[in-house]
Design a protein around this ligand. Structure first.
Ligand code: MN
Length: 278
């Protein structure tokens, strides 16, 4: 325990009479330290087919996130999202967990991913989270940091970027959301199947490595465009901390298919870790 936190004879604190019990002081120090940690997650792809991941997310919120300074969710929290009126059990569970977290004083921010880009203001409000644009610049430990889902950096995939531009058009979204829920669910099912088939083709042609990853030229351009030396994103499911020789760093979050993945940012820097599912 740092000695400077103990009251000495010169202390002018006007708290409770007498000295603080050492145990209470230790708890306060532990609380102070963990409250300085900001957490980043993405690509959970929550889905009824993998209930153990939804459970892991619940434990992560209760145990770790509840002690954090803030939580950032950088997209693809859900495997699919066809509108805030979707009565999925995972959606209800997550809203309840996040609402408890934000009510307890941990601000939670959300950037939409390519799977849950239709997540709207109604759901965000239910969950108590703040929607951020993609990308956004935040101050993290005093350093301007670009945060984004990551699909915008995959500029080698021209067909995907066209699909993305079309489906982010407010007119397209308004039209889509007027369709009945079953029609929207079946559209999402088809889009998933098409995406899987396309990835299969890319794998077969040996293009998956390049087309499925970020464009390094785009990354370099974005560091300059946003005037930052640090970016954090998900989407590619290639967790890594890339420290470039010029002092720039790009942190890529991992997916939650088999286990959890979290980036902890605190006084001691960055810690990208896996969370065991059991
Ligand atoms: Mn994604």
């Amino acid at each position: 325990m740092p000695g400077s936190l103990l009251c000495d004879s010169k202390c002018r604190c006007r708290g409770l009479p007498g000295t603080l019990d050492a145990r209470i002081l230790r708890e306060r120090v532990a609380d102070y330290t963990s409250r300085m940690t900001t957490l980043f997650i993405s690509d959970l792809h929550l889905d009824p087919e993998r209930p153990f991941i939804t459970e892991l997310f619940g434990r992560f919120i209760d145990e770790e996130a509840s002690e954090a300074e803030a939580l950032y969710i950088l997209g693809d929290l859900f495997e699919a999202w066809v509108g805030d009126d979707d009565p999925s059990a995972a959606g209800a569970f997550v809203a309840e967990k996040l609402r408890a977290l934000t009510d307890a004083g941990v601000p939670t921010y959300f950037i939409r991913g390519n799977r849950d880009f239709l997540l709207g203001a109604d759901y965000a409000q239910r969950a108590g989270m703040t929607l951020l644009p993609d990308p956004a610049v935040i101050l993290l430990q005093g350093e301007p940091t670009l945060i984004l889902h990551g699909d915008l950096l995959c500029t080698d995939d021209v067909a995907y970027q066209q699909f993305r531009a079309q489906t982010r058009d407010p007119r397209w979204q308004a039209q889509f959301l007027t369709q009945p829920l079953p029609a929207r669910l079946s559209f999402a099912e088809q889009a998933r199947a098409a995406s899987k088939a396309r990835y299969g083709e890319l794998l077969a042609s040996g293009m998956a490595e390049t087309v499925g990853d970020v464009s390094h030229a785009t990354v370099q351009e974005w560091f300059k465009r946003y005037g930052v030396r640090r970016m954090i994103h998900g989407h590619t499911h290639r967790p890594a901390i890339h420290d470039h020789v010029n002092g720039e760093s790009r942190i890529v979050l991992g997916d939650w298919y088999e286990q959890g993945s979290v980036l902890r940012v605190g006084e001691n820097g960055f810690d990208l870790v896996s969370l065991p599912a059991v």
